[in-house]
Write a protein that binds this ligand. Sequence first.
Ligand SMILES: Cc1cc2nc3c(=O)[nH]c(=O)nc-3n(C[C@H](O)[C@H](O)[C@H](O)COP(=O)(O)OP(=O)(O)OC[C@H]3O[C@@H](n4cnc5c(N)ncnc54)[C@H](O)[C@@H]3O)c2cc1C
Length: 381
Amino acid sequence: MDFDLTEEQEAIRKTAREFAEKEIRPVVSEYDQKEEFPWPIVKKLAELGFLGMIIPEKYGGTDAGNVALALTIMEVSRVCASTGVTLSVHNSLLSNPLLKFGTEEQKKKYLPKLASGEWIGAYALTESTAGSDAAALKTTAVKKGDRYVLNGSKVWITNAGVGEVIITFAVTDKEARRGHNITAFIFEKNFKGFNVGTHEKKLGIRAANTVELSYDDLEIPEENLLGEYNEGFKIAMDTLDGGRIGIASQACGILMGCLEESVKYAKERKQFGKPIAAFQPIQWMIAEMAMELDAAKLLTLRAAHLKDLGVRHTIEASMAKLFSSTACNKAANNAVQIFGGYGYTKEYPVERFYRDAKITELYEGTSEIQNIVISRAFLRD
Ligand SMILES: Cc1cc2nc3c(=O)[nH]c(=O)nc-3n(C[C@H](O)[C@H](O)[C@H](O)COP(=O)(O)OP(=O)(O)OC[C@H]3O[C@@H](n4cnc5c(N)ncnc54)[C@H](O)[C@@H]3O)c2cc1C
């Protein structure tokens, strides 16, 4: 069993770390406070090839793979979780299903623009009454001539306000059975009938773009149907298997940040005449963070490795996301504890980590949903 990264993966990880330190760290707090999408950072990430990491070279990507993508999201999220999710959604929720389910024409049309970062991508599944129960969508698509006409709305869609291309899901056959009545579509920002709401004000990942979408007779040409008619729900779920590795990586990154900041502060801060690192409760919190970070990274990289091998990874991705997000929230809570009152202020990054951590337990399937996915695999007859 080989736990070592390849030379290429290690080089990519190192580049991502250097980039995050040099380009993101100096401005991360400002973007968070202004709740502004970090365009200059995203453009530079594109120049480094980080927006086309799982896209083959023939479509303009770097084909670096899912392990390299996970490492990159970890390194970026260690400094800025908002940029981490931007990267994750673009690569794993858009490029990935296009690559897997798209026609050759669709791949040629969209992948090069996504790989170069000329276009940012989004994935629009959730609706106000269909969150965890994603099969309960109300958005409809009706065929009219050579196009589909969509009506409905989507909520909390990452990247959609800054993106040019979106994969979405709509009910195409009300009579068909649940889960076999939904079709996936690709559409572009400039298609008629598409409206973007205002940027959501959020607890954390405040620089990540999150918007509501409305489809008022949104016209999508039939060649933009993704995969099979009425089989879009499978595409949605398959895509989330990859997306969950991205969110697990984001959680690992936040956890890395919490551990490093906590270690540094615990050695510097003195109370009762000694550094607080000399006190056992602080040592135990740090030990727990370090151990859980290792376990979270191993689970996450295992899932990414399976994805690179083309092996089904539904359970492994759910385990990685559930474990990493739980550990990340515990670590963020303990990091603020270690910082005491200073941890509650914007003077130190742990305040932001604490706010950013929570989302990892919510999106791309809540922790309760991950538990259902994992336990079902064991309890099924
Ligand atoms: C910042 C942000 C970004 C997002 N980005 C995207 C995006 O890019 N694209 C997209 O499509 N969606 C996106 N989402 C939506 C996200 O995936 C959903 O919020 C999430 O799946 C949960 O759905 P919900 O919020 O409707 O919660 P609900 O489904 O209403 O759940 C509420 C609570 O009930 C629990 N629950 C529900 N069902 C069960 C059950 N069967 N058993 C036990 N407990 C249950 C949940 O775990 C949760 O604790 C985003 C959300 C946020 C907040």
